[in-house]
Design a protein around this ligand. Structure first.
Ligand code: NI
Length: 252
C-alpha cells in the first residue's frame, strides 16, 4: 500500500495488521551532466514502490522525504537543501506524526550518503525526546527506527561490481542514474562524452570548494555507463532485499 494514494480508513485498517511504515528519504541535488536533480530521492522511491507492487500486503510506503542535506552541491543550479538542524527537526515532526497514529516501526530507505550523519542524529534526538518525557512510559509502545542505504544491500553491491567494474564512483554513479532511467525511460539522456571519462576522487567541504574540485559534479564515476535495462536489474535486486529486510525489521 502507498500512503499518498490511500485514504485515512485505509491507513486505519492497515494499522490493525501492521505498525510498520517505509519512508524513502533522499536529496534534491545535482547529479553530474546526465543525472537528474532528484536522483537520490527518486532511487529509494522507485525501489520502494516496486517492492510494494510485488508485496502490497507486506509494505506500506509513506511519502518521500525528498530534500535532504546537500549544502556542498549548492554551487550547481537546481540544488535544494536543508540545514542539518532543519532536517533533524523535520524528521522529528514526521516521526511523531506517525507515532501518534500507532506506527512504532519506521524504516527509512535512504538514497543519499550525505544524509547519513543527520539521519542518525535525528534518531538520537527522537529517542532523547522520549527519554526526557516519562509520561506514559509504562504503557507506550517501543519505537524502532532504522536507516538502510539502498546501495548497501549485499546483492545490490555485487550487481554494481559486476555491471561497473570501473568508474562506479561515489557521486552521480552509473547505478543510481540507471535506476532513474529505468523508471523514466522517456527522459533517458543521450550520453555525451564526459571529460575525464572517470571523474576525480577527493573529499568534500563546502559548495565553492566542491565546484572547484569536481567541475561537472561527478565524484569518481563514469555515468555514461548507465542504461535503463541495467537499472531494471538493480531495482529488481534492491526490491527483493527491501522486502526481506522489512520482514526482519517487523519481526524484531
Ligand atoms: Ni546520488
Amino acid at each position: 500500500m502507498r500512503l499518498p494514494l490511500s485514504t485515512w480508513p485505509d491507513i486505519e485498517s492497515w494499522l490493525q495488521q501492521s505498525t510498520c511504515i517505509v519512508l524513502p528519504i533522499g536529496s534534491m541535488e545535482q547529479h553530474g551532466p546526465n543525472g537528474f536533480l532528484g536522483t537520490d530521492a527518486l532511487c529509494p522511491e522507485i525501489i520502494a514502490n516496486h517492492a510494494e507492487s510485488l508485496a502490497p500486503d507486506k509494505l506500506l510506503i509513506g511519502p518521500t522525504f525528498n530534500v535532504g542535506c546537500a549544502q556542498h552541491h549548492l554551487g550547481f543550479p537546481g540544488t535544494v537543501t536543508l540545514r542539518p538542524s532543519t532536517m533533524i527537526a523535520t524528521m522529528v515532526d514526521w516521526t511523531e506524526s506517525l507515532l501518534r497514529h500507532g506506527f512504532d516501526k519506521i524504516y527509512w530507505l535512504n538514497g543519499h550518503g550525505g544524509n547519513i550523519a543527520t539521519i542518525e542524529a535525528a534518531f538520537a534526538e527522537i529517542h532523547a525526546r522520549r527519554s526526557f518525557d516519562p509520561r506514559g512510559a509504562d504503557t507506550r509502545p517501543d519505537l524502532w527506527l532504522k536507516r538502510r542505504d539502498w546501495w548497501d544491500f549485499r546483492e545490490v553491491l555485487a550487481l554494481c561490481n559486476e555491471l561497473y567494474p570501473q568508474g562506479h564512483g561515489s557521486h552521480a554513479t552509473a547505478s543510481e542514474v540507471a535506476v532513474t532511467y529505468w523508471a523514466y525511460p522517456e527522459r533517458e539522456r543521450q550520453h555525451t562524452a564526459m571529460s575525464p571519462k572517470i571523474a576525480p576522487n577527493g573529499s568534500i567541504s563546502d559548495a565553492v570548494r566542491y565546484r572547484q574540485d569536481f567541475p561537472d559534479g561527478r565524484i569518481g564515476s563514469d555515468p555514461t555507463q548507465a542504461n535503463a535495462d541495467d537499472g531494471g536489474r538493480l531495482v529488481a535486486a534492491a526490491a527483493q532485499c527491501l522486502i526481506k529486510d522489512v520482514a526482519t525489521f517487523v519481526s524484531h
